[in-house]
Design a protein around this ligand. Structure first.
Ligand SMILES: [Zn+2]
Ligand SMILES: [Zn+2]
Length: 260
């Protein structure tokens, strides 16, 4: 077990978000989860999956630091929308009978399609050369990511990529429990695509796909699925990418200038 991971875990438990911020995932909860996940993944990946990988501790602490301060700001940005939900201005409902079981069962698919579609275009926009250097570059300074990169964003970047989840509850009805579960899954999924453990589920945008995104800058913009990447020709299969030599693109080749 990695000593730094244990230190990160202890550090994480000390960083609790102020109670008045009405986030289902509180600041400390996120870092506690990240800490546990990091230790688990670090153990599994160095033992079984990717024994050659050694984490760069300097980069790891940069990820922890960026996600720590950024989560504070991102939470503040999203709090007004959460307050509106708590005050009953959204389409969140509490009784299954209001929309029936069939609607409840298809709700996760509607949620995934809605958020996956919006995030694809938001992420694509964040890679526009005029936007990238101001907002998305900090996240892409991490090439070989650890779970702590999951929330290491410029806060406006992280907020924009979270807007679809906040917006959904004002557009389509969703059961209150499912709303909480969906936000939890979003958090876990974001961690998973940065932890280098690819689950190889067909059609699903996994850690392998997102690793290629961090290595090439211009492919695999999706969050949950590869649907829109395949539609718009930005899909890159991680296994084929490795088999073809795992060519990494340099930032200056993609954007004409190195923004580090
Ligand atoms: Zn990106
Ligand atoms: Zn990423």
């Amino acid at each position: 077990m990695d000593v730094l991971g244990v230190v990160a875990l202890i550090f994480s438990t000390l960083c609790f978000q102020p109670k008045h911020l009405l986030k289902p995932f509180r600041f400390g909860d996120v870092h506690l989860l990240l800490g546990f996940w990091y230790i688990l993944v670090q153990y599994l990946s160095t033992t079984f999956l990717n024994p050659s990988f050694r984490v760069n501790n300097k980069i790891l602490w940069k990820e922890i630091w960026m996600s720590t301060w950024s989560l504070f700001v991102m939470s503040a940005f999203t709090t007004p929308m959460e307050v509106l939900v708590q005050l009953g201005y959204s389409k969140v409902y509490h009784n299954v009978e209001d929309y029936g079981w069939f609607y409840l069962l298809i709700s996760p698919f509607l949620f995934v399609f809605f958020s996956d579609t919006l995030i694809y275009f938001i992420h694509l926009g964040l890679h526009h050369r005029l936007v990238y250097k101001h907002l998305h570059k900090p996240h892409h300074s991490f090439i070989d990511t650890t779970p702590f990169a999951a929330f290491a964003f410029h806060p406006i970047d992280g907020f924009l990529q979270g807007v679809p989840y906040q917006l959904y509850v004002f557009c389509l009805p969703i059961h209150a429990t499912l709303h909480l579960i969906s936000l939890t899954v979003v958090g876990v999924w974001t961690i998973n695509i940065h932890d280098r453990v690819d689950l190889h589920i067909p059609g699903v945008n996994g850690a392998g796909h997102h690793r290629v995104h961090h290595k090439t800058f211009k492919s695999n913009y999706g969050q949950y699925t590869v649907f829109w990447d395949k539609v718009f020709g930005t899909f890159k299969d991680p296994v084929e990418w490795v088999n073809q030599g795992a060519k990494e693109d340099r930032e200056e080749e993609v954007y004409g200038k190195k923004y580090l």
